[in-house]
Design a protein around this ligand. Structure first.
Ligand code: NAD
Ligand code: UDP
Ligand code: UDP
Length: 319
């Protein structure tokens, strides 16, 4: 009897690296597949000595033939600056990547998890967003490569499920933050923390009244594992329902870092959703899951990570 072999695509990214770590802790064999577009070997370097861990450079838009028991499909850049850098590749990663991983799941009879997103709700007309809300997405805007790509991936997951009986799990992930976010990732939490730690202006887009709900990475990974082990196909919202304005976030980061940084205003990007907050009733009832780590505590842990990284990088003269 071999131990359960799990494929994690995008495993060298922010969320993927924490997932690989958790699965190894739980005794699984982990095959991490990544093309290193936004991920990095450094994110999983501490796992390399584990004989149950294997890292392969591969782009999921090409077929992959491996023997696995479970698949977590996370491959896809998550930050607007990265997914808009090469939008056609973003669509291919979401659509061709999903087809290849579903084909792999079909052949190996592996259960397959899809990292979908709150972006499927677009700029929502319903607040907070329950899973049966169908969303308000601009199909031709600059965010569409990601939003529509993820929507099409969900379609593929449910069609492979209905047509071929593939055993799927679909999670809709809301904004998540924590250590190992890319420092130049452009996402709001990493931007604000890096700016505050460097004493640079904190860039607030628009008037800062738009809202987001931020989930700490450890809470999210617990939700992934619970969904994978449950009988619920999904989609299931996973996120922290505590809602903050982006301005409140900026003030909290400045306060926690004790930074002299001031807030500066920049234009609001096109199609930037005005509000976002998950309705997590389904995750609560079917997974018994809810986030445990409040924003202030999670931010403090994330600030400690970036502080160490920036100080180390500064000492080595690279930032
Ligand atoms: P990330 O950018 O850190 O990780 C994505 C990983 O996928 C990177 O390691 C990247 O190199 C890899 N990748 C990209 N294209 C690939 C390809 N074609 N083939 C192989 N590997 C590829 O982002 P993350 O925050 O860890 O996000 C992971 C997943 O979760 C993504 O699918 C993202 O859409 C989803 N998600 C994240 C959030 C969040 O707030 N972090 C919210 C919603 C959904
Ligand atoms: N595929 C893969 N690994 C596998 C099996 C399939 O990458 O182990 C890819 C293959 O490229 C195929 C896609 O998944 O094009 C979809 O597979 P499916 O069996 O659904 O369709 P078909 O093979 O008929 O195209
Ligand atoms: N944002 C900001 N300053 C920044 C980066 C982002 O005010 O330096 C805003 C952005 O306009 C959005 C929110 O913060 O309203 C969250 O942005 P992020 O890119 O992190 O995630 P998403 O928009 O995909 O939820």
């Amino acid at each position: 009897m071999h131990s359960t072999r799990v494929l994690v695509t995008g495993g060298a990214g922010f969320l993927g690296s924490f997932l690989c770590e958790r699965l190894l802790d739980d005794g699984y064999e982990v095959l991490c597949v990544d093309n290193f577009f936004t991920g990095a070997r450094d994110n999983v370097r501490h796992l390399m000595d584990n004989p149950r861990f294997e890292l392969v450079r591969h782009d999921v838009t090409f077929p992959l033939y491996v023997e696995v028991d479970e698949i977590y499909n996370l491959a896809c850049p998550a930050s607007p600056i990265h997914y808009q850098f090469d939008p056609v590749q973003t669509v291919k990663t979401n659509v061709h990547g999903a087809i290849n991983m579903l084909g792999l799941a079909r052949r190996t009879r592996a259960r397959i998890f899809q990292a979908s997103t709150s972006e499927v709700y677009g700029d929502p007309a319903v607040h907070p967003q329950p899973e049966d809300y169908r969303g308000s997405v601009n199909p031709i805007g600059p965010r569409a490569c990601y939003d529509e790509g993820k929507r099409c991936a969900e379609t593929l997951f449910f069609d492979y499920h209905r047509q071929y009986g593939v055993d799927i799990r679909v999670a809709r992930i809301f904004n998540t933050y924590g250590p190992r976010m890319h420092p130049n990732d452009g996402r709001v939490v990493s931007n604000f923390i890096v700016q505050a730690l460097k004493g640079e202006p904190v860039t607030l887009y628009g008037d800062g009244s738009q809202t987001r709900s931020f989930c700490f990475v450890d809470d999210l990974i617990e939700g992934f594992v619970r969904l994978m082990r449950s009988d619920e196909v999904g989609p299931v919202n996973l996120g922290n329902p505590a809602e903050f304005t982006v301005r409140q976030l900026a003030e909290m980061v400045i306060d926690l870092t004790g930074s002299p940084s001031r807030i500066v205003y920049r234009p609001l990007p096109q199609d930037d959703p005005l509000q976002r907050k998950p309705d997590i009733a389904r995750a609560r009832s079917v997974l018994g899951w809810q986030p445990a780590i409040p924003l202030r505590d999670g931010l403090a842990r994330t600030i400690a990570y970036f502080d160490e990284r920036l100080t180390g990088a500064h000492a080595r003269g690279i930032m």
